[in-house]
Design a protein around this ligand. Structure first.
Ligand SMILES: Cc1cc2nc3c(=O)[nH]c(=O)nc-3n(C[C@H](O)[C@H](O)[C@H](O)COP(=O)(O)O)c2cc1C
Ligand SMILES: CC(C)CC(=O)C(=O)O
Length: 407
């Protein structure tokens, strides 16, 4: 029975070859930050109010002026189409069916146009800036022509984080079968069969680009480190501001100074994110970074939080601290791998119903009732840097499945 995101995670793990599952779970270096993202939620406890009428719970909100039926947005995740054929299209349809936004990664398997054609939801396009600026320009033109509503510039990948497990696994795009993984792939023939109906197993937006040939498998870090521009600065944000007609969102803000600068350039929303612990290790937990960014922004832009959200209570905490909405990455990928579109819908439903229950038990029936008085800060959780790199010892598995906190 699937009653939690952890259950979905385990189903995804059973369905995917290990190298693909490890790519989703991947984190950089010692995994301090990926662990902190989860454990730091445990430092914030609730102050509940009794005898409040909670007969009408309202978890709807607005984001960039659009109504959202739930404050949970699907984060950009490269290669989601390796988890299920047409994975990005399925996830976008799931977001539409639940009244929320799907963000398409530059590095998706499905193309900008395919995903736009599949979905009837406001879509956001996430941009990585390429050294070859004609590629960047063409991505922007395509996203604009396909009707993507907002542009989400990710700023925390000047170079790829050190994902040691992907390196050990020899993870490539398309995934390669070799001596070390052949038995594991044979054990997951269902995935092989399902994926045989996929239109491709490489970065869809760049098919035909000389850097990607049909036959060559490329390492993700090697490929991106060759193509992404390491010289991106605030000047590029100014350039994007004047070339992108819609709302501009910056993803990967961890410093209040940067938040203030982004706001001064007219950026409409900021995503407080450490990239799910996949980039700079030893950044603090995303939830711990949130209050100072919210305070720096002073309401001049909307603030979104991502990183480590696995429970509706995590979302309530982020919103109480001033986030307008939350993004989830791995939780919806687990759903996608477990059961395609229905799995992504289940991930959204589980989190939303947990959020509803939290609001009722807290005595704050509407999202707008949440503020910092709903929280108290407990003693810091003890965060142990990970030494084991095996995917079975993931941060989520460090929490009991039942969700009782162990700090
Ligand atoms: C498999 C995977 C691929 C990702 N690819 C991208 C990407 O292409 N662009 C991006 O901005 N963030 C990417 N991210 C980061 C997510 O957008 C998000 O910040 C992170 O997953 C949030 O943490 P969570 O997984 O704990 O929810 C990726 C994350 C994962 C797990
Ligand atoms: C394909 C990658 C560039 C996607 C990414 O940003 C990530 O794995 O964190």
């Amino acid at each position: 029975m699937t009653v939690s995101i952890e259950d979905l995670r385990q189903r995804a793990q059973r369905r995917l070859p290990r190298t693909v599952f490890d790519y989703i779970e991947g984190f950089s270096d010692d995994g301090y930050t990926v662990t902190a993202n989860r454990q730091s939620f445990d430092r914030y406890l609730f102050r509940s109010r009794a005898l409040v009428d909670v007969s009408a719970i309202d978890h709807s909100t607005t984001l960039l002026g659009e109504p959202l039926a739930t404050p949970i947005v699907l984060a950009p995740t490269g290669l989601a189409g390796l988890l299920a054929p047409r994975g990005e299209e399925l996830a976008a349809k799931a977001a539409a069916s639940r009244g929320t936004v799907f963000t398409l990664s530059t590095m998706s398997i499905g193309t900008i146009e395919e995903v736009a054609a599949a979905a009837s939801t406001p879509l956001w396009f996430q941009l990585y800036i390429w050294k070859d600026r004609s590629v960047t320009q063409s991505l922007l033109d395509r996203a604009k022509a396909a009707g993507y509503r907002a542009l989400c510039l990710t700023v925390d990948v000047p170079v790829m984080g050190n994902r040691e497990q992907d390196r050990r696994n020899g993870f490539t795009v398309p995934p390669r079968i070799h001596f070390a993984n052949v038995l594991d792939v044979l054990r997951h023939l269902g995935w092989v069969l399902r994926m045989s109906s996929s239109p491709r197993a490489t970065f869809g937006n760049f098919v035909g680009h000389p850097a990607l040939t049909r036959t060559d498998a490329v390492g993700v870090a090697r490929f991106t480190n060759h193509q992404f521009d390491t010289s991106v600065t605030w000047k590029d944000v100014e350039w994007l501001r004047s070339h992108w007609p819609g709302p501009l969102v910056i993803k990967g803000i961890t410093n209040p100074e940067d938040a203030r600068r982004a706001v001064s350039l007219g950026v409409e929303a900021l995503i407080v994110s450490n990239h799910g612990g996949r980039q700079l290790d030893f950044l603090p937990a995303a939830i711990d970074l949130l209050p100072e960014v919210v305070d720096a922004v002073e309401g001049r832009a909307e603030v979104i939080l991502d990183g480590g959200i696995r429970r509706g209570s995590d979302i309530a905490k982020a919103i109480a601290m001033g986030a307008r909405a939350c993004m989830v990455g791995r939780p919806f990928l687990y759903g996608l791998a477990a059961d395609g579109q229905a799995g992504v819908e289940l991930a959204l439903d589980l989190l939303t119903s947990e959020l509803d229950r939290t609001l009722a038990l807290l005595g704050r029936p509407r999202l707008s009732d949440l503020d910092r008085t709903a929280l108290r800060v407990d003693a810091p959780a003890s965060l142990e840097p990970r030494t084991s790199q095996r995917h079975g010892a993931t941060p989520t598995s460090m929490r009991p499945v039942g969700g009782t906190h162990d700090t």
